[in-house]
Design a protein around this ligand. Structure first.
Ligand SMILES: Cc1cc2nc3c(=O)[nH]c(=O)nc-3n(C[C@H](O)[C@H](O)[C@H](O)COP(=O)(O)OP(=O)(O)OC[C@H]3O[C@@H](n4cnc5c(N)ncnc54)[C@H](O)[C@@H]3O)c2cc1C
Length: 510
């Protein structure tokens, strides 16, 4: 065995204390064997990006991996539950659909449920109604209801999936407490230089203001858009995806709560991008993500403020970014996690998931002092593929639109798209098939919700669906819809669920 001969990694240094830094620190402190020291350097003066409040269901796995009590986490971060995303005005102005977490109906004899639904739409009598009526998460979201799913696969409640909206700053503090209790050493200071081995180019230490030096063996770059280690020190180039994802700025501002807590994120398309609305227990997070080539900053700021439901709780803050990622996310003895590795804009709330994915894969490929190329290549291959799969899903929302009311939407509608997305669209446009590639984050149900929501109708359906007797499938669909309706009606409201189980001390009444 080579392990031990080459020597164990015993000193890990994380640069950056945003969501990426503290998620990584908390996971490493719980999961790496004893004898490995973890030091995190951050600079309060520089601060964090301070946004990143909507998540997807995979976060539950991270919380479980760390043994986090969910109610305690919800209370500490002012969180609410998220059953999906409502997309307003995306296919065309006035239109709305939900991308819910969870499944639509149930497959019958190997035929996917959406095929039955599409056949019924074509037959039209009786009208099956929207596909969302067959998804418990969608129906519960529309009615403002929430409960935790059942672990019993026979129960319709097992088809409910959820994630969270939370306060990013409070989440970082929550994780910091866990990490520090588990022995992570936090160092306050600004990194001003990086020392590298003259022969191998490996990072040996980071230098801080005041002539301090921190030595390490494995360095994790969580320095945000600056990408201090992977980008600046190691010179790994950035691949821009601006052609497909032209939004490059955002204004963000919190506002006062108005009305009941909705268990979903809202993404409303606007003339040069889109606006988010994320309900927390103590405030609502809002932002306008836009393309600076299509609207000027002041107009975007005004559009954000004009769309707020409640009173702004401060001045809007501007963020600048570019969609894309580094050519490699692991180079030599440095792994970039979070914004230091890449960014895909927040439309499907995937950044925190990509952080988590980076951590999980780093744990399963944890190096020894040999830093074997096989592990590094495997890490880069799977991570970069995941970034590209997420990229394609996000591009779909912009490209598959009928909007022609502004130069921004004209550009998105008519742009060329990646070959991998074209192949997905061709498969769907033919016989309504969605094929989940290995390791792909978004489920066929997610793709189906967005493809249908954005108005892309396939030209035919799976021939297997035509073999099921229509009368039987109509009865089956009516039964599913009825069960979902009754189950959602019996669920508590989102507001009352939170009040009963996990009300935050920060909570504000509507
Ligand atoms: C507009 C917008 C909206 C978003 N919304 C979502 C969302 O809804 N859901 C989601 O999953 N993600 C979202 N994201 C992404 C999310 O915010 C980030 O993935 C997440 O916050 C992680 O950021 P980070 O930790 O990589 O970087 P940062 O938060 O920028 O942290 C960087 C850290 O590095 C430190 N640092 C930098 N330079 C130095 C230095 N020289 N010395 C010492 N320390 C240094 C900083 O002090 C800081 O601690 C959004 C991003 C943007 C821009």
């Amino acid at each position: 065995m080579t392990d031990g001969q080459l020597g164990r990694v015993t000193k890990v240094v994380i640069v950056g204390g945003g969501t990426a830094g503290w998620m990584t620190a908390a996971a490493l402190s719980r999961l790496v064997p004893s004898g490995v020291s973890v030091t995190l350097v951050e600079s309060e003066e520089i601060g964090t990006v301070g946004v990143g409040e909507a998540t997807i269901p995979s976060l539950l796995d991270y919380n479980r991996m760390l043994g986090i009590d969910e109610d305690a986490f919800v209370r500490a971060t002012g969180a609410t539950f998220k059953l999906g995303i409502e997309f307003r005005d995306w296919a065309r102005p006035g239109d709305s659909y939900l991308h819910p977490f969870g499944t639509h109906g149930r497959d019958v004899e190997g035929v996917s449920f959406h095929q039955l639904w599409l056949r019924q739409v074509a037959l039209s009598n009786p009208d099956p109604g929207p596909i969302g009526d067959y998804c418990l998460s969608a129906v519960a979201a529309r009615r403002g209801r929430f409960t935790r799913p059942s672990g019993n696969p026979q129960s319709i409640l097992s088809s409910l999936f959820y994630a969270f909206h939370f306060d990013a700053a409070l989440y970082a503090t929550f994780l910091r407490d866990i990490a520090e209790q588990d022995g992570v050493v936090r160092v306050e200071g600004r990194v001003v230089a990086v020392d590298r081995d003259a022969e191998t180019g490996f990072i040996q230490s980071v230098r801080l203001e005041g002539d301090r030096r921190i030595d390490g063996e494995l360095f994790i770059d969580c320095s945000g858009f600056r990408s201090l280690l992977l980008g600046d020190a190691l010179g790994v180039p950035f691949t821009s995806w601006k052609h497909w994802l032209p939004c490059d700025r955002a204004w963000a501002v919190p506002s006062a709560r108005q009305g009941p807590l909705t268990p979903y994120t809202r993404a409303t398309a606007d003339t040069a991008g889109w606006r988010w609305r994320i309900p927390l227990q103590h405030r609502v997070g809002n932002g306008y993500v836009y393309s600076s080539a299509h609207i000027d900053d002041d107009d975007a700021r005004r559009a954000l403020l004009a769309g707020l439901e409640g009173q702004a709780l401060g001045e809007p803050r501007q963020l600048r970014f570019e969609a894309g990622r580094r050519e490699r996310l692991w180079d030599r003895n440095c792994v970039a996690i979070g914004l230091a590795g890449g960014f895909l804009e927040p439309l499907e709330s995937t950044s925190i998931h990509l952080i988590q994915s980076g951590i999980t894969r780093l744990m399963s490929l944890f190096p020894d002092m040999g830093f074997g190329a096989t592990e590094i290549d495997a890490y880069n291959r799977v991570m970069l593929r995941e970034y590209e799969q997420v990229r394609d899903f996000v591009i779909l929302h912009y490209h598959a639109t009928e909007r022609s009311d502004s130069p921004f939407w004209d550009q998105c509608r008519t742009m060329s798209i990646p070959a991998s997305l074209s192949a997905k669209l061709a498969l769907w446009s033919g016989k309504a098939r969605v094929f989940r590639e290995q390791g792909e984050l978004f489920t066929p149900d997610g793709w189906i919700a967005v493809l249908l929501g954005q108005g892309i109708r396939p030209s035919s359906i799976d021939p297997l669906a035509a073999t099921l007797p229509p009368g039987e499938s109509v009865r089956f669909m009516a039964h599913v819809r009825d069960m979902i309706d009754k189950t959602a009606t019996a669920m508590p409201t989102h507001e009352s669920f939170i009040a009963q189980h996990c009300a935050s001390p920060l909570r504000q009444p509507a």
